[in-house]
Design a protein around this ligand. Structure first.
Ligand code: DMJ
Length: 627
């Protein structure tokens, strides 16, 4: 039993008691009272610690849910002025004129009024030379990733950078009929996937089934940022929950380094930058670590495949060689992973590949499409192409340079310039009758073939992006010519959809200047031409490109839409015999529909191309701010 006095003696308001020494008071307490007091003190300490941490977390995640994020963006946009973009090497006047690019067909006139374009080569060259006097130093010790513990900690400056990025994006959903039509297409595709393929890689919309390639729920991750950008809150939340609870990376499966990097790593990084949600960062780091063994080859050219559980990498089963485009189209993502994780080993490993390829002999900057991971050399007599297996090598030369704020790795932009000059010299041709300009291939590295993959239709957009960032006028001319040809390839088909491959009349061997072989007449819902239209619209503001895109969007609606999604088709040449292939590739939601949505935006700067580069799968990677 407690005596009253004992109890009162604990009261802090009792002056006489306060005077007693703490020790004396303590000794007067019973054992039970002592224990009780200790428990109360411990509980109070724990409560305070938890409250403080909870507050920190709350602050960190306050902008995390999409709706909160938008509120925060709205609040901030009024008070934080957008920063200027990175300075172009061109004078201000030139940059302003750049926004007024004319519609296709008027480029000759345009060229006449743009005298400042001359000398761009020189400007770039001088700039590049100056920077080459202080070459980047890669710390090779950082590539020893096996022994490194990967950090999940974001340093303060990275967090600030991310929050700053968030303030610049405010996705308000569709604002016009065309965008609403795209959102309906995204919804239709997503619903089919959700109902019949949830958690699997691809939807087979006709069989109402799925197929698995890597077993990573590819479609969900590839679509995440599209859902977010199109402001599809419910779908985004559902996709995010799947990543949190069901995305397993330690699977006993071989995955392709390139495909997994551009779709999954790129997808996770992009949505992480848009939302600041830590779950995407930790998954990205885990995935990056699991793919790092690919770089442990004798030559530092990465192996193409890796088992995500055993983390053992190897060359493809079908050949000792990797595709050149594959080993050179991982650098944007691995560099970004280094930035967000504060661990330089990812960037170092991927940059070594670029440096290695840079030092290999080429044909005026053009590369063979196969490279050997053991010897580190190109395959002899391999084809040179800006289509399959070659395409994004050229794309990432430019985009890596942009990603680093045009201040690092200047050898990349030199290689890009040399390569485009090589394209113009060796691969550019014009058809004899209709004067379509196209980019062909060199078989065995020397014999010209008048063949162009649809994949090459990314090139006009990339060329225009380069031109906007200081590349010479010849790039702009080629960009415009190629855009026109790609459009014609679509328009000449009765479906208004492009075949996978087009051929061109060289010297009258065909009655028509653009023709399609039966085996090449399929359409896989690919994005490349829509991607180029997006760049042309975003960089010029000219609505003609939107109209061109609308024609093509309607064609997709008419010929590829089925009850439970959209399907690849086997034949674009005959509307009555489309031969559906029952496959919805993940890039349909990841890329094609995203570019359509952005192309039809009333705000051509919905994504600020001075602050972001798109990776080759249309995922957003921030440009480093050097200011
Ligand atoms: C996508 O995975 C990427 O765009 C890649 O660069 C090329 N192939 C497909 C789309 O066609």
């Amino acid at each position: 039993m407690f005596e009253n006095r004992d109890y009162i003696s604990l009261s802090v308001s009792d002056d006489s008691v306060r005077k007693k020494s703490f020790k004396r008071q303590w000794n007067q307490l019973s054992r039970f009272q002592k224990n009780l007091l200790l428990v109360i003190i411990c509980a109070a300490i724990v409560t305070i610690v938890v409250l403080i941490q909870g507050q920190d977390k709350l602050n960190l995640f306050r902008s995390s849910t999409p709706s909160d994020h938008i509120i925060k963006v709205n609040e901030k946009i009024n008070i934080v002025p957008l920063k200027d973009g990175f300075p172009s090497i061109f004078p201000q006047q030139f940059q302003q004129e750049d926004d007024q690019l004319p519609i296709p067909g008027e480029w000759d006139e345009f060229d006449k009024v743009r005298p400042m374009n001359e000398g761009a080569d020189k400007l770039i060259t001088n700039k590049v030379k100056k920077n080459l006097d202080n070459p980047d130093k890669t710390d090779e010790s950082n590539t020893d990733h096996d022994n490194q513990k990967k950090s999940h900690i974001r340093p303060k400056d990275i967090q600030n950078q991310i929050q700053e990025t968030n303030t610049q994006l405010n996705f308000k959903g569709p604002t016009n009929e065309r965008q609403r039509a795209v959102v309906a297409a995204i919804k239709h595709s997503w619903t089919g996937y959700r109902n019949f393929a949830w958690g699997h890689d691809n939807l087979k919309p006709i069989a109402q089934s799925y197929s698995d390639w890597f077993g990573l729920g590819l479609q969900i991750i590839d679509a995440l940022d599209t859902l977010y950008i199109a402001d599809m809150q419910e779908e985004y939340d559902e996709a995010k929950r799947w990543v949190e609870s069901s995305l397993k990376l330690d699977i006993n499966r071989d995955v392709n380094l390139f495909e997994t990097t551009i779709r999954v790593l790129g997808g996770l990084l992009s949505i992480y930058h848009l939302t600041g949600e830590d779950v995407f960062l930790s998954k990205a780091i885990d995935l990056g670590n699991r793919m790092m063994p690919c770089f442990d080859s004798p030559s530092s050219i990465p192996y193409s495949d890796v088992n995500l559980e055993s983390m053992k990498a190897h060359a493809p089963k079908w050949s000792p060689d990797s595709s050149t485009s594959e080993v050179t189209t991982i650098q944007l993502e691995f560099r970004d992973l280094s930035r967000v994780s504060n661990d330089p080993s990812y960037e170092a490993a991927a940059a070594k590949v670029s440096e290695k390829v840079h030092n290999l002999p080429k044909t005026d900057g053009l590369v063979p499409i196969f490279i050997n991971a053991n010897t580190g050399t190109f395959r002899n007599f391999a084809t040179i192409s800006l289509g399959a297996r070659g395409d994004s090598y050229y794309e990432y030369l430019l985009k890596q340079w942009l990603q680093t704020g045009k201040k690092e790795n200047n050898y990349l932009i030199e290689d890009y310039q040399e390569a485009i000059a090589g394209v113009i010299k060796h691969l550019r041709r014009e058809t004899p009758n209709e004067h379509h300009v196209y980019v062909g291939e060199l078989i065995s590295g020397k014999d010209f073939k008048p063949k162009m993959d649809h994949l090459t239709c990314y090139l006009p957009g990339t060329l225009l992006l380069g031109y906007k960032n200081g590349m010479p006028q010849s790039h702009l001319t080629l960009a415009n010519d190629l855009l026109e040809t790609c459009y014609q390839i679509y328009m000449k088909q009765p479906t208004h959809l492009s075949p996978e491959i087009a051929y061109f009349n060289l010297e009258g061997e065909s009655s028509t200047d653009i023709y399609v072989k039966a085996n090449d007449a399929h359409n896989l819902l690919r994005p490349e031409f829509v991607e180029s239209l997006y760049y042309f619209y975003a960089l010029t503001g000219n609505k003609t490109y939107q109209d061109m895109g609308w024609t093509i969007f309607q064609a997709f609606e008419k010929y590829t839409k089925v009850t439970h999604g959209y399907t690849s088709i086997g034949n674009v040449k005959t509307p009555l015999n489309l031969r559906p292939k029952d496959m919805m590739e993940t890039f349909w939601l990841g890329e094609t529909l995203k570019y359509f949505y952005l192309l039809f935006s009333d705000d051509r700067n919905e994504i600020d191309l001075e602050k972001f580069v798109f990776n080759t799968e249309a995922h957003l990677i921030p440009i480093r701010d050097h200011s």
